[in-house]
Design a protein around this ligand. Structure first.
Ligand code: MN
Ligand code: MN
Length: 453
């Protein structure tokens, strides 16, 4: 016999409950989400560096006949004029197009005579866990600017017929003293992340015969000399492609989803936007992963100011910014199985629950972050609910466990309303980050709705 207790059977209708995107989205919408992610995976494969991302965004914008401005190959803005005047403010979505990786040093190439191989010295970029980067297939992307100013573009390791590269690691049999008993973060050092690039020497009785052979090869294939590396930006990134994950293909595993998930979804959102009320801008910035310093970043708003001035030469730029509303489109950390202790689960994001709204980020007592106003949060959640777009709210981990920031604060400093909105990512900052297809699609829907109003 089942004991009946009517009172307890009924949940209060005033309770908040996080909902699953799989429940909210209709069957045809889920189909659309899966189709949408086919384009997303292609974008991730074609945009493994900040320059490649801007190039992809530029090509897609031009193909769709949208107005785009590019700053120094590393920052871009797509602009759709609205029905209202510029003086009534803008709707802006900002995402970043850089991702953690290994950069080559300026004098990278050397031969290690003890191991009989040639390697490239690297200097890691952004917040990585160094042990992630050993013994995985790597590709070399970037530009070399020669002394005459001519630019050589590299994408080596992406085609099946290309060679790939790798950072060697020690066998377990000999790792005990130098790695196993150390703290995880000390076991692999930054200086040990050198990439193996060859082993065949030229013939002759002199030193550095492998390095010599590689320099000859580089000159033959690319016309570059060793000094040309000094004026190069070469980045070592995972050589594999974005893939469906899981028996049900519900997830995407790929490098660089922080924050190209937001770059792609905001790109698609603005490409599909028609007749917005306010002028809509999607802005793509560089160097977020190292603190947004530099002339193509969120901290330097000269680019955005010049766009506003160009849209309306009479505009009072400060007053336009005061009236503007911004979405800082960046990812949040998905609750990770086996490590759930670092999350406060009521206020954490999970895969498959839609786009994540973060009222604030930062660390400790909410230091160094934008904290969106209750009024703005209300506006955004009402907008998402009205359109039945799956969303959830979260902060990054338990209080005092760690923290992180986004570009949100740099735009709120200008007087704009800003909120963080983006999909949850599992294994964030690893060479193989994981997202949910319904979250990617929810992000696209959310950004499109935001830009429309
Ligand atoms: Mn990010
Ligand atoms: Mn990041």
């Amino acid at each position: 016999m089942v004991k009946k207790d009517n009172k307890k059977d009924k949940e209060s209708k005033y309770a908040y409950k996080k909902k699953s995107a799989w429940e909210i989205l209709a069957k045809d919408q889920i189909k659309k989400a899966f189709d949408f992610c086919e384009g997303y995976k292609k974008f991730l494969d074609a945009a493994k560096t900040e320059r490649e991302a801007i190039q992809q965004i530029n090509e897609i914008a031009k193909k769709g006949k949208k107005k785009i401005k590019v700053n120094k190959e590393k920052e871009a803005a797509i602009i759709i004029p609205g029905k209202k005047k510029i003086s009534e403010g803008l709707r802006i979505i900002i995402s970043h197009i850089d991702a953690p990786r290994l950069d080559l040093k300026q004098i990278p190439l050397y031969e290690d005579s003890s191991s009989n191989v040639a390697l490239l010295e690297t200097h890691y970029y952004g917040g990585i866990k160094k042990f992630h980067w050993v013994t995985i297939p790597l590709a070399l992307h970037g530009v070399v600017v020669k002394k005459d100013g001519k630019k050589v573009t590299f994408t080596l390791g992406e085609n099946e017929s290309d060679p790939i590269f790798a950072v060697p690691d020690l066998l377990p049999h000999l790792s005990y003293k130098v790695q196993a008993i150390k703290k995880l973060e000390d076991a692999i050092t930054g200086e040990s992340l050198d990439v193996m690039v060859g082993s065949q020497p030229v013939k002759g009785e002199f030193s550095d015969k492998i390095k010599t052979a590689i320099l000859d090869e580089l000159h033959k294939n690319y016309g570059i000399t060793e000094e040309d590396f000094i004026s190069a930006e070469l980045e070592v990134v995972p050589a594999y492609k974005a893939r469906d994950m899981g028996f049900d293909r519900s997830l995407i595993g790929a490098y660089g989803q922080d924050d190209r998930a937001c770059a792609y979804t905001s790109l698609k959102a603005i490409m599909d936007l028609k007749n917005p009320d306010h002028t809509a801008i999607s802005l793509y910035v560089d160097k977020e992963e190292v603190g947004s310093e530099g002339n193509t970043t969120a901290q330097v708003t000269t680019f955005l100011r010049s766009i506003i001035k160009e849209l309306d030469p009479k505009a009072d730029v400060d007053s336009v910014m005061l009236k503007s509303k911004v979405v800082s489109a960046d990812v949040n950390s998905a609750v990770t199985p086996n490590y759930t202790d670092v999350f406060e689960l009521k206020n954490a994001s999970t895969l498959g629950n839609g786009i994540v709204m973060s009222k604030f980020s930062g660390h400790g007592g909410k230091y160094s972050a934008n904290d969106a106003s209750a009024e703005y949060v209300s506006e955004i959640r009402t907008m998402l609910n009205k359109e039945k777009i799956p969303w959830q709210t979260a902060e990054l981990g338990k209080v005092d466990t760690g923290g992180g920031g986004t570009v949100a604060k740099y735009f709120s400093r200008l007087g704009m309303e800003v909120i963080d909105l983006g999909p949850a990512v599992m294994s964030m900052h690893s060479p193989f980050e994981v997202t949910s297809k319904v979250d990617i699609y929810s992000s696209y829907l959310a950004y499109k709705t935001f830009l429309k109003n």
